[in-house]
Structure formats: structure tokens, C-alpha cells
Write a protein that binds this ligand. Structure first.
Ligand SMILES: Nc1nc2c(ncn2[C@@H]2O[C@H](COP(=O)(O)OP(=O)(O)OP(=O)(O)O)[C@@H](O)[C@H]2O)c(=O)[nH]1
Length: 202
């Protein structure tokens, strides 16, 4: 697939070690590395997909979750079309930090319509036996914080990984259909033309 694909930028945020790099690598390369190293700054990978008849190049940005890399990751929030807030179901602290990640994203991004911006929440590592966060608790947080849909994923077992990224695409396309590019996204085509002007809100 190439040519007239719509380019969508999605960004993975969440505490260090929750599995952001592993989710991206599982989705794009179908591999899992049990010895994955911490990300320094940001990395991105592209994958061309077709969702509901729309051809999309999904550009997935994986950020460093460790606090010491904050200044390296935040410049890359601008232009994101969707934010995937990620925690690990065996790490309560990573779940409790979701609100901070949402705030950090909205502060450093150039999102115009903060009420309607699409967030997807991923509770990763559902393959582990010892959970610290229940599914109902996670779903309740998502409802209260307007961050839906919620997916329980495992990068290790490839559970719900494709479903989660495709849901992110659907959320962006649905939001754009409802309120239009100019109010929400930075969507550009692959010939390099930005379809909507953006301005900073921070
Ligand atoms: N059991 C299990 N382990 C996982 C899963 N996803 C990632 N891991 C492991 O968790 C550790 C951290 O994974 P990463 O993908 O590097 O985490 P990250 O969120 O990118 O971390 P930072 O780069 O520090 O922000 C690695 O040892 C992975 O192998 C999963 O779904 N299940």
C-alpha cells in the first residue's frame, strides 16, 4: 500500500517498563523481546493498513517513559492524532499515573479540541498471573476520564494488539468525520501536504 494513504500519528505514553516498545514492535514486526531495553527519547515505526476501507499509514511513536527523559519526549507530542495511554496490569503505580500522562500530553501537544481528542487506554501484560489492577477498575477510570476505548493487551502473547491499534485509527477517523481536520488533527498526505493548519494551545 502506498501513494494516497492518510498518515496518522499515534503516540504511546506511559510509565517506563509498561511495554510501549514491545507493543509497537509486536504490531509492526510481530516480534517480542523479553530483554527489551528502556527507550531513550523516542522512536517510531510505520505500518500501512486498511481499516473500514480507508488506507492509512499508521506512524507509531514510542516514547521513553522514565522521568529523566521527559525533555526528550515532549517535543514529539505535537501533531499527534491519537494518544495511547499505557499501563501494566501488574503495576498499580503505572495505572495511577495515567492521569499525569494525559495532562502531560495535553500540555505539550498542540491539540486544539481537548474535549474531543481521541485517547485509547491499554492495560498491558495481561498474560501475567499477579494483577494489581482489575479490568472493571480500569474501565471505570477510562469512563470517568473520557479515555475510551480500553483494551487489555499482551505484547508477549499478541493479545488485542492489532485490535487496539486499529481502534486508535477508528477513533481518529470518527472524530475527524464528526468535527473535521481543522479542529482536531495534523493529518498530512504522503506527498507532504498538510491538510489542516495547526496552532499551539499551550
Ligand atoms: N509478561 C509480559 N512482559 C512484557 C509485555 N510487554 C513488555 N514486556 C516486558 O516488559 C519489559 C519492558 O518492556 P518495554 O517494551 O521496554 O517497556 P517500555 O514501556 O517501552 O519502557 P520505557 O522504554 O522505559 O518507557 C521488557 O522486559 C518486556 O519484555 C507483556 O505483554 N507481557
Amino acid at each position: 500500500m502506498s501513494g494516497n494513504n492518510t498518515l496518522l500519528k499515534v503516540i504511546l505514553l506511559g510509565d517506563g517498563g509498561v511495554g510501549k516498545s514491545s507493543l509497537m514492535n509486536r504490531y509492526v514486526t510481530d516480534r517480542f523481546d523479553s530483554q527489551s531495553f528502556h527507550t531513550i527519547g523516542v522512536e517510531f515505526l510505520n505500518r500501512d493498513i486498511e481499516v473500514d476501507g480507508r488506507r492509512v499509514t499508521l506512524q507509531i511513536w514510542d516514547t521513553a517513559g522514565q522521568e529523566r527523559f521527559k525533555s526528550l519526549r515532549t517535543p514529539f507530542y505535537r501533531g499527534a492524532d491519537c494518544c495511547l495511554l499505557t499501563f501494566a496490569v501488574n503495576d498499580l503505580q503505572s495505572f495511577q499515573n495515567l492521569g499525569c500522562w494525559k495532562k502531560e500530553f495535553l500540555y505539550y501537544s498542540d491539540v486544539k479540541n481537548q474535549e474531543r481528542f481521541p485517547f485509547v487506554v491499554l492495560g498491558n501484560k495481561v498474560d501475567v498471573e499477579q494483577r494489581e489492577v482489575g479490568e472493571d477498575e480500569a474501565r471505570a477510570w477510562c469512563e470517568e476520564n473520557s479515555c475510551c476505548p480500553y483494551f487489555e493487551t499482551s505484547a508477549k502473547d499478541d493479545t488485542n494488539v492489532t485490535a487496539a491499534f486499529e481502534a486508535a485509527v477508528r477513533e481518529v477517523l470518527a472524530a475527524e468525520d464528526q468535527i473535521g481536520h481543522t479542529l482536531l488533527t495534523s493529518t498530512i498526505d504522503l506527498h507532504g501536504n498538510r491538510k489542516a493548519p495547526r496552532s499551539s494551545c499551550c
